[in-house]
Design a protein around this ligand. Structure first.
Ligand code: SF4
Length: 694
């Protein structure tokens, strides 16, 4: 419910939905938000917004909010409301008892891309310093972990290279596996503006996305590839660059590692990567691939933007490296208008990765095996840190089922609903001796929990979020936490109860510690953020006001590293039993599993998930618009209504994942990226049949 009335005062803060990170003026009457007005001084949005940030904030005061801690001895018992002190004491004793019985490695924690940098930093510190292991992971595991791996390997830094505004200097724009007008609407509008001005567009996506309908588009090309064949397509594009001599040899000679380039050149020049040889794999005609490669390479400034349609594949990391190869080969790095730009899904995916959530990396992507880095943290924290990487989320699930992993602290993440192969996740969660869930709602994961700690929304705390362009924005408290404590305060108290006190009076002090320990954040402080409005990391002595465009002079690894990207077919293939390929995505008004947007008036725009399929696939199955369909994969079964759509290609079906009752993740499998275990949400072989109304 949106409170109405005349505002009395306002606070500048940051939207908590997508990775664009729009700034808003929260206009207040007393302690109630009257309206959210897009802030003209916002460096990421310049006064623009979408229907989520502008209207969908009422979830913060929804009656479903959990405001009292709860505990229970086992998951078949009812919840018992208790004081904060009792809940935190109960959680701490259970965690300590678990470690005493099963060992130091038997517990872990999961951070959230919904929470602030400071909160994320504290959770990984809790795991490393208080639990004494590296069993920390983040929900970025299931979205952009391949970006971290792929960009670090090739370019030396796990982040996008450009500002959003840089797109206004692009002459050709490639969008791969992303739908910016729905999922990153403010940036999608900016991109549209550039397209109307004459930039060329190439979309590689199984579905025809709305960007291709931009009015006055000069040259819009759609490469409707088959799900799971991204790497074959990017290799074919790179093959054309090499085969037709379209590369930027000056850039390669000056900026890239020569032996790595020569090995890659020999690999990619092989005719098995040609558009003609790969057309049967990708389904994209060779002539179209050649045209797209020429457009990008000859454009002047070529920019690549990609989303989860790149990362959420069994070859997600390979594809990210393939994109970086293509940008290096054409010299499209290190200036405005070019670059490799992951469009981050959640508000703070970039930040949660930066803050050391991964089990192998301390804040700032410093490996736990790096003795110098580890010793710096040990000196600051006053405790030893394990030099072995800990468990990733899927490893935690497997270890829970095996009986060696027994307790988990989850902050701001509904793993039971958002991770793939729900049945497997539920089995793992129900095997735990202690599950502590900290969230604003009684989510699906809480069904398996022993402790429920009330979370706080973005309106109830101070902190920072880092958006998809590495921009650190301030989050400012506009009202007191409904449960009485902000998330960062709860983590402090849990750590204290376990015998490792952490002492911060305000999140600004946590940021000061981050700056002391993280070279890329060395120049960040709340005072400077307040003065500058925002800062793009790296921000340090060399770049005191941050770095808008990365890799202008050199790469953090010295020279760019071309990497061999062999295409491997996914296990999820169309077969007689499962003849269609399912892929998934979002729509404008809703957000992820809908926990927030479904509790706002945005719900009226989308009250169910629907299965889109091509009319030819519908016809052979006798399916009409609105029919109920049973969708079965090797992992599970769900029921959705049908919508016939020419945006689909024959053989491919599509749905959103905003409603828990439709359970898209009941049918997604546990196939995952070879390097990072990011789930292959974007390709699931399914059978679709008409069923009677459920
Ligand atoms: Fe919020 Fe993203 Fe919309 Fe901006 S574009 S208002 S950050 S959801």
């Amino acid at each position: 419910v949106i409170e109405q009335g005349q505002p009395e005062h306002s606070v500048i803060t940051t939207c908590a939905y997508c990775g664009v990170g729009c700034s808003f003026e929260a206009q207040m009457k007393g302690d109630k938000v009257v309206r959210m007005v897009p802030y003209k001084g916002g460096d990421a949005n310049h006064g623009h917004s979408c229907v989520k940030g502008r209207f969908a904030f009422g979830y913060a005061t929804h009656p479903d909010r959990i405001t009292t801690p709860m505990i229970r001895d086992s998951i078949d018992q009812p919840w018992r409301e208790v004081s904060w002190e009792e809940a935190i004491g109960f959680a701490a004793e259970r965690l300590k008892a678990t470690q005493a019985q099963y060992g130091r490695e038997s517990i872990g924690g999961i951070t959230s891309s919904r929470c602030t940098n400071e909160e994320t930093y504290l959770v990984q510190k809790l795991v490393r310093a208080t639990f004494g292991n590296n069993n920390t992971d983040t929900c970025a595991r299931v979205c952009h972990s391949p970006t971290g791996y792929g960009l670090k390997t090739t370019l030396g830094e796990s982040a996008g290279t450009q500002t959003f505004d840089s797109v206004m200097k692009a002459d050709a724009i490639i969008v791969i596996g992303a739908n910016p007008t729905d999922a990153h609407p403010v940036f999608g509008s900016l991109m549209r503006r550039r397209l109307r001005e004459g930039a060329r567009l190439i979309v590689a996506d199984p579905r025809r996305i709305d960007l291709l309908n931009t009015p006055h588009l000069k040259d819009g090309q759609h490469l409707p590839l088959r799900p799971g064949t991204n790497v074959a397509l990017v290799n074919a594009l790179a093959h054309v660059v090499v085969d037709e001599g379209l590369g930027d040899h000056d850039f390669i000679a000056a900026r890239c590692d020569t032996p790595a380039y020569q090995a890659w050149r020999q690999f990619i020049a092989d005719t098995r990567h040609s558009p003609e040889a790969t057309a049967d794999i990708t389904g994209v005609p060779a002539v179209d691939v050649r045209h797209a490669a020429r457009t990008y390479a000859n454009a002047g400034n070529g920019a690549i933007y990609y989303g989860l349609g790149v990362t959420e594949h069994s070859q997600g990391s390979t594809m990210v490296m393939g994109i970086a190869n293509l940008a290096m080969a054409t010299g499209n790095l290190g200036r405005e208008g070019v670059g490799v730009n992951p469009l981050r899904g959640q508000n703070n995916v970039q930040g949660s990765c930066d803050m050391g959530s991964f089990p192998h990396e301390l804040p700032g992507y410093q490996h736990v095996a790096d003795t110098t880095a580890r010793e710096r943290f040990e000196a600051e924290w006053g405790t030893p840190i394990d030099d072995e990487p800990g468990l990733r989320i899927p490893n935690m699930f497997d270890a829970a089922i095996d009986g060696s992993f027994k307790a988990l602290y989850v902050q701001g993440e509904d793993i039971a609903q958002s991770d793939p192969n729900t049945q497997h996740v539920e089995r793992a969660l129900s095997s735990l001796d202690c599950l502590i869930v900290q969230d604003i709602f009684l989510n699906e994961t809480a069904k398996y929990a022993h402790v429920l700690l009330p979370g706080s929304s973005f309106l109830e705390k101070d902190g920072t979020f880092t958006n998809a362009e590495r921009r650190i924005n301030r989050v400012r408290k506009v009202m007191e936490p409904l449960g009485g404590k902000a998330d960062w305060e709860v983590t402090l108290e849990l750590s204290h109860a376990m015998g490792y006190p952490m002492d911060y009076a305000h999140p600004s002090e946590i940021m000061d510690e981050i700056a002391r320990l993280t070279p890329s954040f060395a120049g960040v402080s709340y005072a400077k953020l307040d003065e500058q409005g925002s800062l793009q990391w790296p921000c340090n002595a060399e770049y005191p006001l941050g770095m808008p465009t990365m890799h202008e002079v050199d790469f953090p690894i010295g020279r760019g590293r071309f990497t061999i990207t062999e295409y491997m077919a996914t296990e999820e293939r169309a077969s007689r039993r499962f003849p269609l390929l399912l892929t998934t995505g979002r729509i404008l008004s809703q957000y992820n599993v809908g926990a927030q947007t479904r509790r706002t008036n945005n719900q009226v725009w989308h009250d169910e998930d629907i299965l889109d399929l091509h009319p030819s696939d519908a016809e052979v199955r006798g399916i009409k618009d609105g029919d109920w369909l049973g969708i079965t994969s090797r992992a599970g079964h769900t029921v959705l209504r049908a919508r016939l759509s020419e945006r689909m290609q024959p053989g491919v079906v599509y749905t959103t994942f905003h409603h828990p009752d439709s359970g898209a993740n009941v049918i997604t499998t546990d196939s995952s990226d070879w390097a990072t275990n990011c789930p292959e949400y974007k390709v699931t072989a399914v059978q679709v049949e008409k069923v009677s109304r459920p």
